[in-house]
Design a protein around this ligand. Structure first.
Ligand SMILES: [Zn+2]
Length: 315
């Protein structure tokens, strides 16, 4: 079944090397010969032209044979290196240059190269997605169309991660928290239900163009929240209440839902752009810091965080 011939092109007995050791060796090598700069060669059918080489030979008299090594030791990951036929032959014909230590060093350096390349790739992907988001923000900052932002967060759930703690993924959008499951009708329609580390957030989004404060002072040095801000905070709290009331049924119907302490999140407004005097700013901060289970985040704060991340990742 898992004959080595399905992994390597040369008909060469895998002997007693466990299949798991072989899989790990090929995986960590990224199907490349451990010698640096050795170009990848594959056969016409796509199978890489590689061999599973023992560092210490299996048989007495073979290259780098060590009598103290047990049979199991010889077939362990420590004693295995993936090489192309050319480098395999080179290593076995010159054991005085390619000693046991030298080959292990070549192999481990290759593993590290693979690991570095993969994390650099990951970093590029993340940072280019976030950079795309920033581009959108810079162009569409003044857009007051709620559906536009709804769609943007649908396409980029990673943007929520900054508003929430830890990595978030969207469980559902336009979901019903009062029904039998989050996909079921009959409940209230919530913009996003985002699952993050061990908890769930009920996200209500407005637009960056939505005003945070009522246009007129309430009295003295006090401003009231805008109708939209007051309405969306109560709305988010209402969803939270509804989710908690229906939690047993929802959790049963919705795999992956973990909601020990659900949090409401409202994303609204643009603090940098909204003209506010000191008193207005204080009223807004007093208002949003008064909630225990609800977080109010403005769009410029959210995208400011993304900008910071992009700067860090592009260093
Ligand atoms: Zn090679």
């Amino acid at each position: 079944m898992d004959s080595p011939n399905s992994l390597v092109s040369v008909s060469r007995s895998r002997g007693t090397i466990p299949a798991s050791v072989i899989k790990i060796a090929f995986g960590r090598s990224a199907n490349r010969c451990a010698f640096p700069e050795c170009p990848p060669v594959t056969l016409d059918n796509g199978v890489p032209l590689l061999e599973i080489a023992h560092i210490s030979s299996l048989s007495a008299g073979g290259p780098r044979y060590s009598p103290s090594l047990t049979r199991t030791g010889r077939d362990s990951a420590d004693n295995i290196i993936i090489l192309c036929p050319t480098h395999h032959a080179l290593a076995d014909k010159n054991p005085e240059i390619f000693t046991t230590e030298e080959l292990a060093k070549i192999r481990d350096a290759h593993f590290e190269r693979v690991q570095r390349a993969l994390s650099a790739e990951q970093k590029r992907t993340t940072s280019s997605r976030l950079a795309d988001l920033l581009e959108v923000w810079n162009q569409k900052r003044a857009t007051g169309d709620e559906e536009y932002w709804q769609q943007l967060f649908s396409d980029h759930p990673e943007a929520f991660s900054l508003a929430l703690e830890g990595r978030a993924y969207t469980l559902s959008s336009k979901c019903y928290v009062g029904g039998k499951s989050v996909g079921n009708r009959g409940g209230n329609v919530l913009d996003f239900l985002a699952q993050h580390s061990g908890n769930v957030a009920l996200v209500e989004i407005k637009t960056p163009a939505t005003k945070l404060l009522a246009p007129q002072k309430y009295r003295g040095n006090v401003y009231a929240p805008s109708r939209e801000l007051a309405g969306s905070t109560v709305q988010a709290l209402e969803y939270r209440y509804s989710l908690i009331s229906n939690l047993p049924a929802l959790a049963f119907e919705t795999p992956g839902l973990r909601a020990t302490q659900p949090m409401g999140v409202v994303i609204i407004g643009d603090l940098e752009k909204e003209a506010m005097d000191e008193a207005g700013r204080r009223s807004f901060e007093l208002y949003r810091s008064s909630f225990r289970d609800l977080k109010i985040m403005t769009y410029d704060e959210l995208f400011g965080g993304i900008q910071m991340l992009v700067d860090i990742l592009s260093d």
